[in-house]
Design a protein around this ligand. Structure first.
Ligand code: GTP
Ligand code: MG
Length: 193
């Protein structure tokens, strides 16, 4: 798949022109946002991944499919060691983006299959609802659990998610690439609308 990095942006004046549909990827620090992006575009290192949480601090824009679409790697939230001031600016930066980006078609909200849905995840999902942006929920790191445990977690998380969103979650793993096709199907679906 043809893909190129466009730019990192901290504020609105630095976003590329909103001249094509855009899909953003959000989630807690270290949840696997950049890894998921790399899998869906078939690149080992398009988006930077790291074992240091909080690595992606800006909004990173990528161009895919011959300029058909922008994908945006959003900075992670809920990283305890980030200073308070940075936390506040994270919220502002991301909320401003969600609020003002009118070519944004959906946000893929990435959560860890092993963890409960956090207050930050809920706040983000509420923002999406408020701003009328489609949600594509993903539970990642599914390779970290054995089959039975995975099924049990998925059942519990689905139930929990259903109280805040009607969207069906996708089970994903950046290691096995499970769920890659489903993420694309969902992206194609929201772009068509
Ligand atoms: P920040 O940008 O720092 O917020 O992190 P991120 O959400 O982009 O996470 P990143 O993709 O950098 O992954 C964080 C760590 O989790 C890395 O060590 C990845 O190798 C690992 N990881 C990501 N996805 C998976 C997965 O599906 N399975 C497993 N086992 N590990 C994963
Ligand atoms: Mg990242």
């Amino acid at each position: 798949m043809d893909v190129s990095f466009i730019k990192s942006a901290f504020d609105k004046s630095h976003y590329p022109p909103p001249d094509r549909p855009e899909i953003a990827f959000a989630g807690k620090s270290n949840v696997g946002k950049s890894s998921l992006l790399n899998v869906i575009v078939n690149r080992k290192k398009m988006a930077r991944t790291s074992s240091t949480p909080g690595r992606t601090q800006a909004l990173n824009f990528f161009n895919v499919g011959n300029g058909r679409l922008y994908l945006v790697d959003l900075p992670g939230y809920g990283f305890a060691r980030v200073p308070l001031k940075v936390k506040a600016s994270w919220g502002k930066m991301v909320e401003l983006y969600l609020k003002s980006r009118n070519n944004l078609k959906a946000v893929v909200v990435i959560m860890d299959i092993r963890r409960d849905i956090s207050p930050d995840d809920r706040a983000l999902i509420e923002w999406l609802f408020e701003y009328n942006i489609k949600l594509i929920p993903v539970f990642t790191k599914s390779d970290k659990l054995k089959k039975q445990r995975r099924a049990a977690r998925l059942r519990d998380l689905k139930k929990d998610l259903s109280s805040i969103s009607p969207e069906r979650p996708i089970l994903f793993s950046a290691h096995t690439r499970k769920g890659r096709e489903e993420v694309w199907e969902r992206i194609e679906e929201v772009i068509k609308i």
